[in-house]
Design a protein around this ligand. Structure first.
Ligand code: DQA
Length: 145
């Protein structure tokens, strides 16, 4: 099984950006945690981060025919991007939306998620562990038995 993990803008700044909200652990640490978890689960992971909407769309499209599931934290594009929603719908893969912070308890403009309509699950406010929960969902509940 291969899972594509996609991270949107400013997530490369984890550890530096707003540590009161996102914690002080770095993006590199997040990637190492995801890779270690996938190794344990016997899953192949590809992790990708971009600050550019079009690049994120290209990456989602690349999953068609090559990946079995997507974990995506679209960051600020969550709240603005119909194009990301359309890309996820186009590839039609089981997808889980992840947010490190609890967006439901934050500003009004964060209450809209365009991508959610293409996602089977949303994990919010569980910190970095949200990514491993999302991977566990794809592996345990989506792998053909
Ligand atoms: C985020 C929440 C978004 O509202 C924000 O724009 C981010 C990160 C999160 O992981 O909590 O950049 O997706």
């Amino acid at each position: 099984m291969k899972i594509l993990v996609i991270n949107g803008p400013n997530l490369n700044m984890l550890g530096i950006r707003e540590p009161d909200i996102y914690g002080s652990d770095t993006y590199d640490k997040l990637c190492r945690m995801i890779n270690a978890h996938c190794d344990e689960m016997g899953v192949q992971a590809e992790i990708y981060q971009s600050n550019h909407e079009g690049d994120l769309i290209d990456k989602i499209q690349s999953a068609y025919g090559t990946a079995d599931g997507i974990v995506i934290n679209p960051a600020a594009y969550t709240h603005t991007s119909v194009a990301l929603l359309d890309a996820l719908k186009a590839v039609g893969l089981p997808t889980v939306e992840v947010h490190i912070s609890d967006v439901s308890a934050r500003e009004d403009f964060r209450q809209i998620s365009y991508v959610r309509a293409a996602c089977e699950r949303t994990v919010c406010g569980h910190g970095f562990a949200g990514y491993t929960e999302a991977i566990d969902y794809l592996v345990n509940e989506r792998t053909p038995k």
